[in-house]
Design a protein around this ligand. Structure first.
Ligand SMILES: [Zn+2]
Length: 672
């Protein structure tokens, strides 16, 4: 009886869906515990400058490259896995078990791109793939090609349970998210119907599964996915499932710190374990809080955030310091409670540079989490992290041309290191062992426009700056249209031209970055009287009329940065920032040097911002002076301090653009 009522409720809820409203990346207009709401995917069009360039690279180069790559049977086999699972051809599953999920990320990127470009070819390609997913999907909604293929050919065997514990929830999580974005971008229900099958399967599975089976969640994208399904369909079972998925963590004896489930989430107050899994968990918990308002969840997220941002995050916004760490560390002498963690968050202040793991997916996870925290709280500190990670440790994951990708994003690359890192230190077209980051960055760069603005009951939040055209409607349904013009992040002048605004008083909330000082704001050339405070949103309230001009000027001096001295790896070193961008030195930009680590930055030199070209892309470099220690290390571990140095001219380049030339050495931190 109860089940029937739920089904009837669900059907009623489906009939209320209105396309054209609540169509952001997260559909949170009705989420009771978010202060800020998403604009629709199609509302923001990049019109020029930095993000237009990145969006064009993502949609014109990367998406088609990824589509072809994932259709190439001899390289990735991802599409072929679906064809075999659907019975269209014979064969075995090939490639990593998370291939399905990575293909869904490409689909999500295509959908987000379609929302803005309305490119019919994308629509056709997506429909073709969705039809194939439908053929592969089992009657009960299950879809995961490593298992489906063996089921089809009768070779699944007794290891079924083990396979089930692989990346199937990750795969299905990305399917649900991609399907929600596809539905909002196209208004079509073909992908969403498959996702409903998946969500229903998961709901039934978790009802029946033992806690040991139910607890499994590697890189738990399905927390975000199932909450988004709840938001899209209003089916209360999906929210119930999301809550149960968090409840079950830490309730079995085989939980691990690697997987953040040795102790229940509600006992976790610091960041631990595998950084991708951690950040996806935190983003999923934020989604759950947005719907339920359980204070304990938010308290823990805020405590974990403090631990990450003040103790465990790189200056680039990257997360996951260690290839291999242990946990807990330093808290117990009992070796039986110490567990090995891969791509670990590590100890507070443990931030190595050359061996930084900093997987692109962890850095994207940092964006996903902070984006949700921003919408819950409306606090600018979260937008700062979104911006920091996007411009630096996310963008560094892809080449300027958009066809080569980093799995790791180290802050130092030295050819002198006498060992090979597990994942190498350069971009590749296809990372055979784990290509998860490439499709992840593909979808992320197609979606940055949706991060640029938010709506609240009283106004419009401007989170990210870049030339764009916003055409949206307020939460009460009145038209709002704004033209933003800027050369940000190369320049801090931003002009917002009002084209349409509500007739009544309305507020613009302008993000004043935490890194900035002395920002000025004027409206129609009159400076505002209110103080402009860094790491906040400046609120401008009035009756607006067509043609009104808001102008911000955010000074962008070169900033020399140091790390807390507890970070041993960067003691007495300096990094250079300008605006939101972290800079680095590459061996391409310094002559007669065979060791980037012998460069000493002259902090008293002039630092001159100058437009330069890297692979035909204009970026602002920074010219400065440095010294190079001339005596060689000659295989020594220690020697008296160097007394001979020669002065050299150097050009620092934005960190995200490293590795696009000769791919030799690079460093963010330099001695001074
Ligand atoms: Zn990855």
């Amino acid at each position: 009886m109860t089940k029937n009522i739920i089904i009837i409720f669900s059907l009623l809820a489906f009939s209320t869906i209105v396309v054209g409203q609540d169509n952001g990346l997260v559909a949170n207009i009705n989420s009771p515990y978010t202060k800020l709401k998403s604009v629709n995917l199609e509302d923001v069009q990049w019109t020029g400058g930095f993000w237009k360039e990145q969006f064009d690279v993502a949609t014109q180069n990367t998406l088609s490259y990824m589509w072809d790559l994932y259709h190439n049977d001899s390289i990735t086999h991802a599409y072929a896995n679906f064809e075999i699972a659907a019975g269209l051809m014979k064969g075995k599953h090939s490639g990593p078990s998370f291939h399905d999920g990575d293909f869904y990320k490409i689909m999500e990127g295509m959908a987000a791109s379609y929302a803005v470009t309305k490119n019919p070819e994308l629509d056709k390609q997506m429909d073709e793939a969705i039809a194939l997913f439908g053929k592969a999907q089992r009657e009960d909604g299950y879809i995961n090609t490593p298992v489906l293929i063996e089921e089809r050919w009768g070779t699944l065997g007794p290891e079924e349970l083990k396979k089930q514990l692989a990346f199937e929830k990750y795969n299905m999580g990305h399917l649900m998210t991609a399907a929600c974005v596809h539905y909002r971008a196209t208004g079509k229900t073909n992908f969403l119907n498959i996702a409903k099958g998946v969500a229903n399967y998961l709901y039934d599975f978790y009802k029946k599964a033992s806690p040991d089976l139910a607890r499994n969640a590697i890189c738990p994208s399905h927390y975000m996915g199932i909450v988004e399904m709840y938001r899209t369909t209003k089916d209360p079972r999906y929210l119930e499932l999301a809550n149960n998925l968090i409840n079950i963590r830490g309730t079995t004896n085989d939980g691990t710190d690697d997987n953040q489930d040795r102790i229940p989430f509600r006992q976790q107050t610091t960041a631990m374990g595998h950084a991708v899994r951690a950040n996806y968990l935190y983003a999923g918990v934020a989604d759950l809080y947005a719907e339920t308002g359980e204070q304990k969840l938010l308290d823990n997220l805020e405590s974990i955030w403090d631990d990450v941002v003040y103790r465990k995050m790189y200056i680039t916004g990257a997360c996951g310091a260690l290839y291999d760490g242990v946990s807990p560390d330093g808290t117990s002498y009992d070796p039986t409670v110490v567990q090995k963690i891969h791509q670990a968050y590590g100890r507070p202040f443990q931030l190595p540079n050359a061996t930084a793991h900093t997987e692109t997916c962890a850095n994207i996870g940092n964006v996903l989490w902070n984006w949700r925290m921003l919408q819950i709280t409306g606090e600018a500190k979260y937008a700062d992290i979104v911006e920091l990670a996007l411009y630096n440790s996310v963008l560094s994951g892809v080449s300027l041309e958009g066809k080569e990708f980093c799995y790791n994003n180290p802050l130092n690359v030295s050819e002198k290191l006498p060992f090979d890192l597990r994942w190498g230190s350069k971009r590749e077209g296809y990372i055979a062992k784990s290509n998860c980051c490439a499709p992840n960055i593909t979808r992320t760069l197609a979606e940055v426009g949706n991060y640029a603005y938010n709506l609240s009951k009283v106004g419009l939040y401007v989170n990210l700056y870049g030339s764009n055209h916003l055409k949206s409607s307020t939460l009460s349904g009145e038209a709002i249209e704004v033209e933003q013009q800027t050369n940000y992040p190369w320049d801090g002048k931003i002009v917002l031209k009002i084209i349409k605004a509500p007739k009544k008083e309305f507020s613009f909330f302008l993000r004043i970055p935490g890194w900035s000082q002395s920002t000025t704001i004027s409206v129609n050339n009159d400076n505002i009287k209110e103080a402009v405070v860094s790491e906040s949103y400046s609120k401008l309230t009035r009756k607006w009329k067509k043609g009104d001009i808001i102008e911000l000027n955010i000074p962008m001096p070169v900033q020399l940065m140091q790390a807390n001295p507890l970070v041993e790896e960067t003691k007495n070193q300096v990094a250079v920032k300008r605006g939101p961008l972290v800079y680095c030195l590459e061996s391409d930009d310094i002559s007669m040097i065979d060791d980037i680590n012998r460069v000493v930055l002259d902090v008293n030199s002039d630092f001159i911002a100058k437009t330069i070209s890297i692979n035909s892309r204009d970026v602002v470099g920074i010219k400065a002076k440095a010294f190079v220690e001339t005596d060689d290390w000659n295989n020594m571990l220690y020697k008296p301090i160097s007394t001979t140095k020669r002065s050299v001219d150097i050009t620092l380049v934005p960190y995200y653009s490293w590795g696009n030339r000769l791919k030799k050495e690079m460093t963010v931190w330099m001695a001074y």
